[in-house]
Design a protein. Sequence first.
Length: 277
Amino acid sequence: MKFEKYFFKVLKYLSLIAMTIFCLLPIIVIIFAAFKTKAEFATTSPLSMPHNWLNFSNFVIAFTRGDMGLAFINTLIVFFLSIIGSIFLGTTLAYALHRFNFKGRKLIMGLYLFISIVPMVTAQVATFRIINAIGLFNTRAALVLLYTGTDALSVYIYYQFLENIPKSLDEAAIMDGAGYWTIYWKIILPLLKPAIATNVILKGIGIYNDFYLPFLYAPNPQLKVISTSLFAFKGPFGSAWEIISAGVVIVLIPTVIAFAFLQKQIYSGFSGGGVKE
């Protein structure tokens, strides 16, 4: 029995170590390559460390020639507007579905569940025609509208959090003369902060990494976002992997910073939150 116990314990840790290496190895290779010169990259192993960790020339080339400054600005504009719209629509819809009984409530919840499992690509022909018909093609507004409206997961996360916020708070506020908007703004929304933080991270990562929607609905070079700016390296930088690696590292930095500051909110968001009755 002791042998089996230690065997499975060792197997557990070995599997964890193997998965860690499997996840971190590509990132390590990218970081090493970003600091190498062209000649060094061609003559050394991918796992060999660069000779000079202060070689930032690849980063300068990637940032300037890839026009990543403009891409970051466009990404931030789309990100903040989409997040604000997503938070408002998601929390208000979840509040209405959870707190009020009305005809069609279950139908709406079922439709949101259906939307979340239907591949987005299947509706792109109709979506593209609608966006084009209302004059939003090749604008940031098209991206903001699409990111704001396709957020079934956020609604379910908010709904789950509302399960932990007692309705007695609403009733007490109503007895004090508060209206539904006041209850939402001063009670529900503050208590949904862990869920909002979780959804901001999930939604933000999705927007930040998305290539398909910006490439399809905003092909104008002046509207490039960070994902489509990396796509530009496939041309003249097609074989300059050290420059491409530097661009990838630049893209990774905001994600790492966001995770470092918001990891507590992410974990609390997944584990549950709110006020228990």
